[in-house]
Design a binder for this molecule. Structure first.
Ligand SMILES: NC(=O)C1=CN([C@@H]2O[C@H](COP(=O)(O)OP(=O)(O)OC[C@H]3O[C@@H](n4cnc5c(N)ncnc54)[C@H](O)[C@@H]3O)[C@@H](O)[C@H]2O)[C@@H](O)CC1
Ligand SMILES: Nc1ncnc2c1ncn2[C@@H]1O[C@H](COP(=O)(O)OP(=O)(O)O)[C@@H](O)[C@H]1O
Ligand SMILES: [K+]
Length: 493
């Protein structure tokens, strides 16, 4: 599990660690870790340029610059604040780092000269003390970074919101980020994660004993959490999933969610739907059983048309309402999100994309919300829906969030395992079947949602590595992905 902690908790842990260590020791550890990473990214005759702000983030960069210069690398520093970290600056100068200033709205010629020769640029402008947004002097300098240079951010990409909430701020886009002690929300949340690049966490001896704010499942977690049947299991003990999906017009959703559940190894699927999708499922998925019955969990809503006023359409909406009113765990997807009108007592996972989340919140709050507003601050809006309904909300996207109600005090999960090729019609139906299978096996909505998002993403890669995928191929990719996860020796990256 990758755990990311709230900035205030990190600060408190830093203060506790500093009070037990000689002055400046923590920053030296950070600088040493940073210098190690930069040293492996640059050739012996390559040029490193550190861009330095006015806080401790700049201090880390200056001390790392000093260490790299002492190891024989050609290192320059461009300060974009009038008051760089004094001791760090002295150390850099003493080690032979060429330091130039560029604090105006356009870069100085000296700064431009250093950057033009840079092979690796280190962004030490703002860290966890940064307010979202890049100061103009820093923007002017970063605009001069050569395209081919490798950009390493210190702690976080400068300008990015450390709490990972604000998606609009101007920020540095790094190839790689070296952070200290623990990950922070900025590294894992969708509003900021795309600026982080590859993430390395350097151990500086920090101990944070609070609950993480955000977590990300790793492949080891997936292997540990996946429900594996034992000799005593039968199809019922493994979990029966009821699927209320599709209608006369949206037949594919039924097939995709049922196929996905079968491929994920559900004990049994009961499919509930009108005659056309029923015939299709019967023909294509011989493992599925038709009609309602006893289940351990429901998937309700893929391809459900709540507006369909035909007799078959009304019957399907009634079946969906019945599943929602039951005491069984539920995945509530697509069309069924429009039917949800109150809290459910049983474990429930809502699986909207940004547009569906906007629609559901608009309906429940009477406040008109757009898809763009949800995409701008996804955590806030997913949390609002979770709090209003008491359900766990899985918000789909290139980074998929799984947000429990705030009262649970559980961390948010954030998964970024999917290729963008997964943005294809029917892919969400596959995710719903997968998450439903895990709910039926007894996982909590938080675990089921995050594990399903991870496996769904890997199945997207496996279906056609590097190229386009169709949703049915994603479902068919699931068995191999799960087998691969279960086979891996623990601890492999
Ligand atoms: N506290 C510690 O013990 C450690 C801190 N470390 C480093 O210190 C960093 C935090 O240092 P600081 O608290 O000094 O914070 P920063 O280095 O992030 O910078 C804060 C300074 O920048 C200014 N500022 C903030 N946002 C701005 C904006 N958008 N535009 C212009 N100016 C802005 C603030 O007013 C303040 O003067 C960490 O991210 C990490 O890199 C590491 O050395 C590890 C140990
Ligand atoms: N840019 C992207 N990169 C990776 N995955 C994505 C991206 N956009 C969407 N996805 C994933 O694709 C799936 C799309 O689901 P959804 O929008 O419900 O489609 P549908 O309703 O057609 O099935 C979700 O799992 C989502 O997380
Ligand atoms: K930085």
């Amino acid at each position: 599990m990758i755990d990311a902690y709230a900035v205030d908790d990190v600060r408190a842990a830093e203060e506790a660690a500093m009070s037990a260590l000689p002055e400046g020791e923590l920053m030296q550890r950070a600088a040493a870790g940073l210098a190690e990473v930069v040293a492996v990214r640059v050739a012996r005759d390559g040029h490193v340029v550190v861009v330095v702000g006015g806080g401790n983030n700049g201090g880390d960069a200056l001390y790392a610059a000093a260490r790299l210069a002492e190891r024989g690398f050609a290192v320059g520093a461009v300060t974009v604040s009038g008051h760089p970290h004094a001791r760090g600056l002295a150390a850099a100068l003493a080690a032979g780092v060429e330091v130039v200033e560029s604090t105006g709205e356009s870069a100085t010629p000296e700064g431009a000269r250093l950057l033009a020769a840079a092979d690796v640029v280190v962004d030490g402008v703002l860290g966890i003390g940064g307010r979202p947004g890049l100061p103009p002097a820093a923007r002017a300098v970063f605009d001069l970074v050569p395209d081919e240079a490798w950009l390493v951010a210190v702690d976080l990409p400068s300008g990015a919101d450390p709490s990972g909430q604000d998606s609009s701020a101007d920020r540095v886009f790094a190839d790689e980020t070296v952070t200290f002690g623990v990950a922070k929300p900025v590294h894992l949340l969708p509003a900021t994660e795309s600026a982080v690049g590859r993430l390395t966490v350097v151990d500086i001896g920090l101990e944070v004993d609070t609950v993480p704010a955000v977590q990300r499942l790793t492949h080891d977690d997936a292997a540990r959490m996946w429900p594996v049947p034992g000799p005593g299991d039968d199809k019922y003990s493994r979990g029966v999933l009821g699927v209320v999906a599709g209608g006369e017009h949206y037949t594919g959703a039924a097939l995709l969610s049922v196929t996905s559940a079968v491929c994920a190894g559900v004990g049994m699927v009961r499919y509930v739907g009108p005659s056309t999708p029923t015939a299709l499922v019967r023909a294509q998925v011989p493992e599925a059983v038709m009609g309602p019955g006893r289940v351990q969990a429901w998937v309700v809503g893929p391809g459900l048309d709540a507006e369909d006023d035909s007799e078959a359409g009304r019957a399907q909406v009634a079946a969906a309402r019945e599943a929602l009113a039951s005491g069984e765990p539920c995945v509530v997807d697509a069309g069924a999100l429009d039917l949800l009108d109150g809290p459910r007592a049983a474990p429930t996972l809502l699986t909207p994309h940004a547009g569906e989340l906007a629609r559901a919140l608009s309906r429940l709050t009477g406040r008109e919300l757009t898809r763009a507003q949800v995409a701008g601050t996804p955590v806030t809006h997913a949390r609002e829906l979770a709090d209003r309904t008491g359900c766990t909300v899985l918000l789909k996207g290139s980074t998929t969030l799984v947000v429990p109600a705030g009262s649970s005090r559980l961390p948010i999960r954030s998964q970024a395992d999917a290729p963008a090729w997964l943005a294809t019609a029917g892919s969400g139906d596959v995710l719903a079947g997968l998450a439903g299978t895990l709910l039926a096996a007894g996982l909590s909505p938080l675990d089921a949602g995050s594990l399903a998002a991870l496996v769904h993403g890997l199945a997207g890669h496996a279906a056609n590595p590097g190229g386009p995928v169709r949703a049915l191929a994603v479902a068919h990719g699931i068995p191999g992905v799960v087998a691969g996860l279960l086979e891996r020796p623990p601890g492999r990256a």
